[in-house]
Design a binder for this molecule. Structure first.
Ligand SMILES: [Zn+2]
Length: 188
């Protein structure tokens, strides 16, 4: 994506839908921290490509895991933020590590759809012509990369953002209902 904010759409949507298994703050922020690489490459004028090792599945997984570990001491802060947002939140060490990894992977897969300098499969240039290789290529966009424009991808990301707002409203309604029910049962 040309701009990091577009990553908020897909990551917020998936984070909210799978909130029982995904640590939302770690997952969403993993999508932001990967682009530090782009900022550094551009800032230091290192030239092309701007998407380097952090934008690969292999090194991206390491970056995501390290981010999950680094975020663990911040869990109480995340708890406070999630309480303000009325989103149920139960952090755990492994959940944070896994959320960091899949957060970075989601970012890399989205970037792989529109940036032709991403080398998702580094150190391989592409997956071999095995069944698994072909499936992975289709899933990650290596085959249809040239069939989706940046504008189309932007639209998809915005659509995901709107969908995530709808899911968030539903989460709010459910958590309000839960609070009201627990108050009722306390009174009873
Ligand atoms: Zn990126």
């Amino acid at each position: 994506m040309p701009f990091t904010p577009y990553h908020f759409g897909p990551s917020a949507f998936l984070g909210l839908v799978f909130r029982k298994w995904i640590d939302i703050p770690v997952f969403v922020l993993a999508n932001v921290i990967v682009d530090v690489e782009v900022v550094v490459v551009r800032g230091l004028m290192l030239g092309w490509p701007t998407h380097r090792y952090c934008h690969t599945l292999l090194i991206g997984a390491v970056v995501g895991a390290l981010w999950g570990i680094a975020a663990y001491p911040l869990r109480h802060l995340f708890e406070k933020i999630m309480r303000i947002l009325y989103i149920p939140y139960i952090p755990s060490f492994w959940k944070m590590i896994i959320s960091g990894i899949i957060g970075v992977w989601l970012h890399v897969l989205v970037d792989g759809l529109c940036h032709n300098d991403t080398r998702i499969f580094w150190p391989k240039s592409r997956w071999p012509l095995t069944l698994w290789g072909i499936i992975t290529s289709i899933v990650t966009g290596n085959i249809y990369r040239w069939y989706i424009s940046q504008e189309e991808l932007t639209t998809i990301c915005v659509a995901f953002f709107i969908a995530s707002v709808i899911v968030y409203i539903l989460v709010l309604l459910v958590s309000k209902k839960d609070v009201a029910e627990s108050k009722m049962s306390k009174k009873g």
